[in-house]
Design a protein around this ligand. Structure first.
Ligand code: MN
Length: 133
């Protein structure tokens, strides 16, 4: 705890878009998080199992297994279901929210992602009521 270099928490980012992956990684590292990266759902699930991250940022539009399917599988696994999942979705259509909740997502952000909001939501889901507003 005395070590300033100690990460505050670990966030797994599952995102196939290189630019977003780098952007999310950079901003979270600035905020003191350790990050892990995966570019598809299957790899993401394996990394979640191996590392037990504190939170997962899940792109919904992934090649192969979608982010929805990956989230459903996470939430069906009793060892992983307590990890909050913040979805990133290109669609902001009204009906989409329901699909996200049904898959077990804990929160979501529309793409292009507002990075301040991303950090805010991550802080909220990992540290709870430590919000400023
Ligand atoms: Mn994508």
């Amino acid at each position: 705890m005395e070590d300033d270099g100690t990460p505050r928490a670990t966030v797994l980012i599952i995102e196939d878009n290189e630019k977003n992956l780098r952007l999310f990684t950079d901003v979270l590292e600035v905020y003191g998080y350790k990050t892990l990266q995966a570019k598809d759902g299957a790899t993401g699930l394996a990394m979640a199992q191996e590392h037990g991250p504190d939170l997962i940022v899940m792109d919904i539009q992934l090649p192969g297994m979608t982010g929805l399917e990956a989230t459903k599988r996470l939430k069906a696994d009793e060892n992983l279901r307590n990890i909050p999942v913040v979805a990133v979705t290109a669609s902001t259509l009204k009906g989409e929210n329901q699909i996200l909740w049904e898959a077990g997502c804990d929160d979501y952000l529309a793409s292009p992602v507002n990075l301040e909001k991303l950090v805010e939501k991550i802080e909220h889901h990992i540290f709870g009521g430590r919000s400023t507003a």
